[in-house]
Write a protein that binds this ligand. Structure first.
Ligand code: PRX
Length: 635
């Protein structure tokens, strides 16, 4: 099987790009016609960025799971859809063919219905990386329920916030999760979260680890028991959805307030994830695609589930972590499952780099054809290490820039088709019109320039709203610059016209590829009873990309600083999750503030980076002396 819209040469890329800009509607109409629709759309695109309103294929009727499952069951029922590798290498792997996955999804969709789920309901999924997670996601989509997957590393408080925001009525979880040598008690986190979530009627619990859990009468039920109840029922038919009906909500951090629920819809997201998957990775029928992300993040949604499955691909799901039982785990998996495409994050590459070449020694990586990176800027050293040691200078590396909000990749080279350049995402995909703007909002044209990265025309996979608060969507993304979607990233365009993403220009941190708002961490730290105030900034971290540096004012002097630090870290883990624990906590007697009370983060960032001079003008500060104190006590 081949994909008629797969770009196979640089010339074809140029033709496709030109057409996508000059005639976007006919360009996308042609691509969308390759999918299974029950009814054709009334209009390809309606949009304005002021409200904002973006509609692709409005009036078109489809179900994304028919495109991910049913149409492949007809063509290739026995092709592997999901290959699953357990956390523990001694546990047997599992393969689900398209037919089996279709069957499981149809059955679990019946379970959801039996438990009261209806089209439009919001369902929270808090699960380990097992095939049942993909089944749960697809079963929601099958019945038109909106899934909200929450990463298993988030705390009860974070889960509760997300459930309340979306007013979910069902949670799908597991007793626990295996991660490396740890067992994480997912169900008990859910129990704690649900104390503050009256909207939840049912909790469906998969048995994964066998750890003891408490099950609440009426509310909690086992996945396995529920599946038995519907074992003889006909498989659940797909609910007919409008292209613009919501498919999912995924929470992500911004520079202010609580995480917001990014909304994606059925039609455009399907077309975008499929188109980008097939083109960026140059997927060929039969290849094994290994995306190492967790499905709790957008990368897992788009490039473990929807992109690959809508293309009839084989997607490999890994439950564990790259360094357990040893740092050769990825390479073992690649050898064992003959992986052709590996898609991972710079932070994983850097952490494996630190183990040297021994873990790669003797591993057969010869099946690899394409390597990918995502989530943060990749430094040249890591890029070359990846290229030399994993790709053996024989597999193009795609540096894919995108965001939760963009649904899929926006800027990237196409593997082996357009050229790669270390640390550059290079060129926009067809349909993507990037612009760089200066601080006054004026477009910076020409090459050899830098600015804030914006996109000036809609693409099918873009976010449609932020759940329950459309105004927040407008102010966050569409109000900084008129008629532009603002990404929050800084970017440069070199003399060849290639794009290099330089990192966030707002108060969003990128820690090991995880997006964390400084305000969120500050709020969590401030919940500690001993804390008066705090300020959080990012600083360069060799492995994580960015580390979290917290300046904290305590309400009284504490002699045991180490204990206090640990205690504050625990509070952050409890409020957000372990991923947001500060790497460094410096106790200070005050913070550099302007006379109007604004914290001068610029100064704090420089100090955290180890800069002692060039701190800029500090004379406007309320208390200039505080800067000296902070500088002198830097960790
Ligand atoms: O700063 C950019 C960075 O990750 C941010 C988006 O984070 P999130 O929504 O969690 O999605 C991550 C996975 C798509 C962006 O604003 N980022 C993502 N990919 C790259 C990147 N920075 C540089 N290069 C990339 N390839």
């Amino acid at each position: 099987m081949s994909y008629p819209y797969q770009i196979r040469s640089f010339e074809e890329y140029q033709v496709a790009y030109k057409k996508s800009v000059e005639n976007p509607e006919s360009f996308w109409e042609e691509i969308a016609s390759n999918f299974k629709w029950h009814k054709k759309w009334d209009a390809v695109l309606n949009w304005n960025f002021n409200e904002p309103k973006v509609e692709w294929f409005k009036g078109g009727q489809l179900n994304i799971t028919e495109n991910c499952l049913d149409r492949w069951v007809e063509i290739q029922p026995n092709a592997p859809a999901i290959i699953w590798e357990a956390n523990n290498p001694d546990e047997k792997d599992r393969t689900l063919t398209y037919k089996e996955l279709h069957q499981q999804v149809g059955q679990f969709a019946n379970v959801l219905k039996n438990n009261g789920a209806r089209k439009g309901d919001r369902i929270c999924i808090y699960m380990p990386m097992v095939p049942e997670l993909a089944i749960a996601v697809l079963a929601c989509a099958r019945i038109g329920a909106i899934h909200s997957v929450v990463f298993g590393g988030f705390s009860a408080q974070s889960v509760s916030d997300r459930i309340q925001d979306a007013q979910c009525n069902i949670v799908i979880t597991a007793d626990g999760a295996f991660r490396g040598n740890k067992t994480i008690p997912l169900k008990s986190v859910i129990d704690e979260a649900l104390i503050t979530c009256p909207s939840i009627q049912k909790v469906i619990v998969l048995s994964r680890t066998g750890i003891a859990v408490s099950m609440m009468n009426e509310r909690d039920t086992w996945w396995e028991d529920e599946m038995k109840k519907v074992a003889d029922a006909p498989l659940c038919p797909a609910e007919i959805m409008d292209a613009e009906d919501m498919l999912f909500i995924l929470y992500t951090s911004g520079s202010t307030g609580k995480p917001k629920g990014v909304v994606h819809t059925c039609g455009g997201y399907m077309v975008w994830t499929n188109y980008t998957f097939v083109n960026v990775f140059q997927y060929q029928s039969g290849q094994v695609h290994f995306c190492t992300a967790d499905i709790g993040w957008v990368t897992g949604h788009s490039y473990i589930i929807y992109g690959p499955l809508s293309a009839g691909a084989t997607t490999l799901m890994f439950e564990g972590i790259p360094t357990w039982p040893n740092a050769g785990r990825f390479w073992d998996i690649i050898e064992k499952h003959k992986v052709e495409i590996l898609y991972t994050a710079p932070t994983a590459i850097r952490s494996l780099m630190a183990f040297g070449k021994d873990p790669i020694e003797g591993k057969d990586l010869s099946t690899l054809k394409v390597l990918g990176t995502v989530g943060e800027p990749i430094n040249e050293e890591a890029w070359h290490w990846y290229d030399d040691n994993i790709g053996k200078n024989n597999s193009p590396i795609v540096d894919t820039w995108w965001q939760t909000e963009t649904g899929g990749v926006l800027i990237s080279n196409l593997a082996g088709v357009t050229k790669a350049k270390p640390s550059f995402a290079t060129l926009p995909l067809p349909g993507v019109q990037p612009v760089l703007v200066d601080e006054n909002g004026n477009e910076v044209s020409g090459n050899n320039v830098s600015g804030n990265l914006c996109i000036k025309f809609p693409w099918p996979g873009m976010l449609r709203s932020t759940y329950g608060d459309h105004e927040r969507c407008r102010t966050t993304y569409f109000s900084t610059y008129k008629n532009l979607y603002f990404t929050g990233d800084g970017c440069l365009r070199d003399s060849d016209g290639d794009y290099r993403i330089t990192g966030r220009v707002d108060d969003v941190l990128n820690v090991s590829g995880h997006r964390i708002g400084t305000a969120e961490v500050e709020n969590a730290i401030n919940m500690h009873s001993g804390v008066v105030e705090s300020a959080v900034v990012g600083y360069h971290h060799d492995i994580k990309g960015q580390g979290i540096y917290a300046y904290v004012i305590l309400n009284s002097m504490h002699t045991d600083e180490a204990h206090m630090r640990q205690d504050i870290s625990q509070t952050v883990a409890k409020v957000i999750g372990a991923i947001a624990k500060p790497d460094k906590i410096q106790f200070v007697s005050g913070l550099p503030k302007t006379r109007s009370g604004k914290i001068m983060r610029r100064i704090l960032r420089k100090i955290a980076e180890g800069e002692t001079s060039n701190l800029g003008d500090t004379t406007t500060l309320l208390d200039p002396l505080i800067v000296e104190e902070i500088k002198n006590n830097k960790l």
